[in-house]
Every structure is written in C-alpha cells, then in structure tokens.
Design a protein around this ligand. Structure first.
Ligand code: ME8
Length: 515
C-alpha cells in the first residue's frame, strides 16, 4: 500500500486569488515533491480548489454571478499563479468536478449505512468566513475566536457525523504516533482540544444550496469541510479504482496552515476510521505569514500577490526567499527589505558571483572546456566529503520539513566552494606554465562544485539549477537521480561550458518598492 509518495496542500477557497500565504504552502509541497522525484520516488503531488459553501456562494452573489461561473473564473487565477511559481503539481482537484462529487456522495452514503451519520437538529453559531460551527463558549466577545468576524445563529435540521465515537481512537493514534501531527507544539494543542470533549459534528446544511446534495436526502447539501477533506481521496480514485487508490493512499504528508489543523488532525482521521481506511502518515501545520508586521487583509490593502514579487525578483528568488527566511512551523513576517537583502547577499553575491567567476576562468584559461580532474589534494577531498555529508543532511532536514535549515547548509557549501576558489587562486596558477596540471584540477573541481550546488538547489530553484547544468554543458537536471548523480566527479572532462548573463543581477538597495 502507498508505494507512491503522496503530498497534498489544502484546497483553497475560490473567494479570493492566491497571495503569498496560499502560495507558501503550495511552494513548500512543491519543494518536497521535487526532492522525492530527484531521489527516484514516484510522486503524486496534489493541490486544488474548494469551491462549495456559503462563503463562495456569497462571494459569487456579491458579483451577481453563479457560484460555478465565479469558481471557473477564479480557478484560472490559481492555475496561472502555480505556473508562475513553477509548481509541479501532478493533478489539480476541483470539488465541483464529477469525480469528486461522486466520491463524496459514496463516502457519506457508506457512513449513513454504518450509522455513523444520523439526522439531528443543530442550533448554534456559524462563522461563514471559516465555515465552522461554534459553541457559545468558544466565542470571543461574541465573535469568531479565529478570525474575529461576526457569527450567525443557525437553527436547522442537520445530519451529524458521530465524531464523539472516534474521539478516543483518534487521541490514542496521535499519542502513539508522534510523527502524525507536527510540529509538537501544535500536536499538544490538538490533544488538549480532543481531551476537552468532542461533540458530534454537523455535516449538512439546508439554508442554502451551493454544495453536494446528500444522496439520501436531497434537501440537504454537504457541509463544505466534510466535502473538502474528501478531495484527498477523490483525486486518487477512491471507490472506482482500488488498485490506484491503494498504490497512493495513505498520504505521506498533508501540509496545512495552523488554523485548519483541527479539521485535518481530528475530523479527517475520524472520518477515515469510520470508513475503515488507513490514516495519513503525517500532517504538518505551518505558521502564518504577516506582511511588514501586519496581518494580510483586503481592508488594510496590504495583500501581497506572488506576481508582484516575481516581476521584481524573479521566480527562483521568490522560491528561495520564502523557503530560506522562515521556519516552517512558526509564524513569520514578510518584508521587502529582508527579501532584497537576501537577494543581493546570497543570490547575486554568493551564488551568482561564484558561477560567473568560475565559468569566466574556464573560458579564459581553457577555452570553455572542462579540464581533467587530476589527482585530488586535501582541499578537493574536503569539498567532496562536505558535499557527500550534505546529501545525507538534506535527507533528514527535508524529512522534517526544515526548509530554512536545509538551505542554510546548502549555502555553507556555496561558501565552501567560494573559499576553495579563493585559496586555490587559479588566476595565480595561470601565470605559471608549470602549474598547468594544478590549474586543470582547480578549474575542474570548481566546476564540479557548481554542479553539486545545482543538484542541491534543484528542488528549491529548479530554473536556476537547470541553467547551471546547461552552462556546464550537461543534460537536463530533471533526468538526474540521487544519490548516483551526486557522486563527486560526475562532470565529464571535456564538457563544453558557456558563459551567459548573470543568474541574479544585483539590485540597487532601495530599488525594491517600500524598502
Ligand atoms: O482553509 N500565511 O482554504 P483557504 C501562511 N478551503 N499560510 C496561509 C496564509 C498566511 N497568511 N493565508 C492562507 C481553506 N494560508 C479550506 C481548506 S483543505 C481540505 C480545505 C494558507 O483558502 C494555509 O495553507 O482559506 C492555509 O491553511 C490555507 O492557505 C487556507 O486556505
């Protein structure tokens, strides 16, 4: 079961176009998906859109559009943004697709048959923005405790899911499997939430119609969260192709923002248990990003869109910054100033200058042809060992989703290659004909250092990695497999290298708007 490495993002509501927050989860999932592909795993990377529910219906109504037409329009923005950010998702699920609605209906039908779904009456508060049912005791000064927006009173006949029946089993699973809910601080919150007592969950609505009709009672539409969580199995053909489903499920990772962890770590496992399905292996709740110290909001007018930054810095600088600057499990603050600073220091300077000076010297001293490696000396052995150790370290960093630490270590290697070039001083060797073999060795190993860097950064900055490979005269990096391609000395001598424009042209400080 589950031979395929399966990673998911939340499916995003179509009431808004993507911003740097939504893009953050998608980008993190992309890096992990690319890393595992490079390691030779078969990967299924899923993202998509959550199109039902009151919030989307309201957003469409405000524009005098049908919810479906509105969703169709918004989906194109999501797809465009993911293309812009070079996101390599293998599928894009929309909850209005037939393949999804069929699975959702089949699933709820089964739970109804096993008496895990029953008809009751709901009376309580509802937050339309978060699409969540709330108890009076959960309200904060009469408003939603999570988003502070006003809540509405709902009094309806609803179908309920027997969540309470599974509370102990879910708690036991969380406690016995420390990797299941990460990071630990968030796991503790989930544990106390379950311990405080779980009521059965309302899973249908009758006061509006924009949702999946219940197959056994067409007056009701499915509660949007019940529908949405099922995307993770509808996209892999649950109920219609068991061979495919079993080769992909359970998910290796569900990546979510911290505000929706409860749905994923409590309700979702209970739903799966009720259906007799295995639970996902790991769920990670990452922190929230603010902008220049403030929560992003349309009313404040401070929402940052990926396009704004990609136009200015380029896609790989965008990917680098968001993965390097923040620690995935905690909140972070986006600021143009820090982005610009990192761009100039780490991309233009550390990486860009290294690439350009190595290729320039190979051009100047060896007509652009990669020389013979010669016999390695202590300096070369040290570099080779460092690079080998870095492969091992990246495995464990990325297994923990420690993106920023992974990139910090990759940059220590970039510094090491820079230092190697400095201490070996090829420009001095070039002045002495008798030092030609030494010069060959230094140039070769500098090129090989660049090749290793390209492999290390490939999941994070795929475009830059390909450019470096191309300039080294190599085949596309996407055809490479680790660990084999990572063996030191993989660059064939005689390879024909090319110099080209700067990878990351330096930007004047103050050039970026708002810095
Ligand atoms: O919750 N910082 O969709 P959604 C970091 N449809 N991440 C952020 C962020 C921020 N400021 N803002 C949003 C939903 N995110 C449901 C999910 S899943 C079965 C259904 C990211 O459009 C983060 O991943 O409100 C968060 O969980 C997600 O966007 C919420 O997207």
């Amino acid at each position: 079961m589950g031979e395929v490495f399966y990673i998911t993002t939340p499916i995003y509501y179509v009431n808004d176009v993507p911003h740097i927050g939504t893009a953050y989860t998608t980008l993190a999932a992309d890096v992990i998906a690319r890393y595992h592909r490079l390691k030779g795993r078969e990967v299924f990377f899923l993202t998509g859109t959550d199109e039902h529910g009151q919030k989307v219906a309201q957003a469409a109504a405000e524009r005098h559009e049908s919810p479906q037409a509105w969703a169709d329009e918004m989906v194109s923005h999501f797809k465009e943004n993911w293309e812009l950010l070079n996101i390599s998702n293998d599928d894009f699920i929309r909850t209005t697709q037939n393949r999804h609605t069929q699975v959702a209906q089949l699933f709820i039908e089964r739970l109804k048959e096993s008496d895990d779904v029953y008809l009751g009456a709901y009376e309580g508060w509802y937050c339309v923005h978060d699409e969540s049912f709330l108890l009076s005791s959960q309200l904060k000064e009469g408003a939603c405790p999570d988003c502070n927006r006003p809540v509405e009173w709902v009094k309806e006949e609803n179908y309920f899911f027997r969540l309470s029946k599974y509370a102990d089993a879910v708690l036991k699973h969380i406690e016995e499997n420390p990797e299941f809910v990460q990071p630990e601080s968030r796991r503790n919150e989930v544990v106390s939430f379950i311990r405080s007592g779980l009521a059965d969950q309302s899973i249908s609505r009758t006061s509006f119609t924009w949702g999946i009709p219940l197959p056994f009672d067409a007056r009701h539409v499915m509660y949007v969260w019940f529908d949405a969580l099922l995307n993770y199995i509808s996209a892999i053909d649950f109920g219609s192709d068991s061979k495919r489903f079993e080769s992909v499920w359970p998910a290796d990772w569900h990546l979510v923002g911290k505000e929706i962890l409860r749905f994923h770590a409590v309700i979702w496992p209970a739903m799966l248990m009720a259906a007799g399905l295995p639970l996902p292996k790991r769920i990670f709740a990452h922190g929230w990003l603010t902008v220049e110290g403030q929560k992003m909001s349309k009313s404040l007018g401070n929402v940052v869109r990926p396009r704004d930054l990609v136009d200015e810095f380029g896609v790989d600088a965008y990917r680098y910054y968001f993965m390097r600057e923040f620690s995935f499990g905690v909140d972070g603050n986006f600021s143009r100033r820090t982005m610009l600073r990192r761009y100039n220091a780490e991309l233009a300077n550390d990486l860009g200058n290294l690439e350009s000076r190595v290729l320039t010297m190979v051009h100047k001293y060896r007509g652009g042809t990669a020389p013979e490696p010669g016999v390695p000396d202590r300096e070369e052995d040290t570099l080779a060992e460092r690079s080998e150790a870095l492969y091992r370290s990246l495995d464990s960093r990325l297994a923990d989703l420690s993106f920023n630490e992974a990139l910090t270590e990759v940059w220590e290697f970039v510094h090491a290659v820079n230092r190697y070039v400095d201490v070996s001083a090829p420009w001095a060797l070039a002045k002495d004909e008798t030092k030609a073999p030494e010069l060959d060795r230094v140039l070769y190993n500098s090129l090989e250092g660049l090749r290793q860097i390209a492999l290390f950064i490939a999941p994070f900055m795929p475009g830059t990695a390909e450019k470096i490979y191309e300039r080294l005269g190599l085949e596309a990096i996407s055809g490479s497999r680790l660990p084999d391609s990572g063996t030191w000395g993989g660059l064939p001598p005689g390879s024909s290298t090319t110099r080209a424009e700067a990878l990351f042209p330096r930007m004047a400080e103050g050039e970026a708007e708002g810095s």
